[in-house]
Design a protein around this ligand. Structure first.
Ligand code: ADE
Ligand code: ZN
Length: 333
């Protein structure tokens, strides 16, 4: 099963590049930039990764991002992720980044984006990628508008706009104007919704922000009319099983509702969210959810197909990847 999953061609549509910062790179960058870390060793870092909820994770995640200072740092982070993803059978990744996390501490948005772009251009040809600029929902919409303006010179390198950070008490509605402008500038809208927040936030992400994909969306299960809409309109959910387990959304993965959504006809995908913090990259997420929910090989192939369909790739590339999946599934059986 492990070998099958690692070789299965797939896309990854929900990964925060700042969440791919492995402890060893964190130490390397801290040394390079003379930044003191509150940890003495890689083991101490890993021991600190015990989370009660989303916010307890975000506190550590934003703090760790301080080691990222130069264009080279952002390039190294991106290169490391792309290499690991490619080894997991990822043929294409649509990657979130949080410019405000960096501009708030005095790093120029251009430094961040140029680093990512350079790494993407130097990546192995087996994996393509695009960038999704996320607005931090715990900051005011004015800050989101500013982030968009700062990114404007680089928009040719950015494909989408997203919304992340602490969801409870931070509904989508105030971000209507930043989204309107981002979409006007040509970005494809997605949004985190229904991770810890209620199903109502998923409705708002769809109807107020115009989101084409919902990141997480597990709480949509509470509202049957919403599940019906997601299925009927083929609105993808980018689910992240190990994240949900580690952030206590589903402390026991056997209670995860991914298969229920699949059975209801929803276009569900499997992704890693913040793999350096939650114990695994995308392949590990496929394996963990397969084990917990007793998924079949056909289910896993379906999830890989869904990941292609749910992507922002061209129809031609989607078709080529679906053919690759068909050939792989046939040769492996
Ligand atoms: N930023 C990084 N990971 C996140 C998550 N799981 N939810 C919301 N914001 C995030
Ligand atoms: Zn996320």
């Amino acid at each position: 099963m492990e070998q099958f999953v690692r070789g299965l061609p797939k896309t990854e549509l929900h990964v925060h590049i700042e969440g791919t910062l492995e402890p060893d790179l964190m130490f390397e960058l801290a040394g390079r930039n003379s930044i003191a870390l509150p940890y003495g060793s890689v083991e101490e870092v890993r021991a600190a990764y015990e989370f009660d909820d989303l916010q307890s994770f975000l506190d550590i995640y934003y703090e760790a991002a301080a080691v990222l200072q130069t264009e080279d740092d952002f390039a190294d982070l991106m290169s490391a992720y792309l290499a690991r993803a490619a080894a997991d059978g990822v043929r294409h990744a649509e990657i979130f980044f949080d410019p405000q996390t960096h501009t708030e501490r005095g790093i120029d948005a251009g430094t961040v984006i140029r680093g990512f772009v350079r790494a993407r251009q130097q990546a192995a040809p087996e994996i393509t990628s695009s960038l999704i600029l996320c607005f931090l929902r715990h900051l005011p919409p004015e800050s989101a508008l500013e982030a968009l303006e700062q990114a404007r010179p680089y928009l040719e390198h950015i494909q989408g706009v997203g919304l992340d950070s602490g969801e409870k008490g931070n509904p989508p509605q105030p971000f209507a104007e930043p989204y309107r402008r981002a979409v006007e500038a040509g970005l494809r809208p997605v949004a985190h919704a229904g991770e810890e927040g209620p199903a109502g936030y998923v409705w708002a992400a769809l109807d107020v922000l115009g989101a084409e994909r919902i990141d997480h969306g597990v709480r949509a299960w509470d509202d049957p009319a919403l599940v019906e809409r997601l299925a009927g309109e083929r609105i993808p959910l980018t689910m992240c099983p190990l994240s949900n387990q580690e952030l206590q959304v589903f402390p026991d993965l056997r209670d995860h509702n991914l298969k229920k959504f699949m059975d209801a006809g929803v276009l569900v995908t499997v992704n890693s969210d913040d793999p350096a913090y939650f114990g695994g990259y995308v392949g590990d997420n496929y394996l963990a959810i397969a084990e917990a929910l007793d998924l079949s090989r056909d289910d896993l192939v379906q999830l890989a197909r869904n990941s292609v369909e749910a992507s922002f790739l061209s129809d031609d590339r989607k078709e080529a990847l679906q053919e690759e999946i068909t050939a792989y599934a046939a040769s492996a059986s």
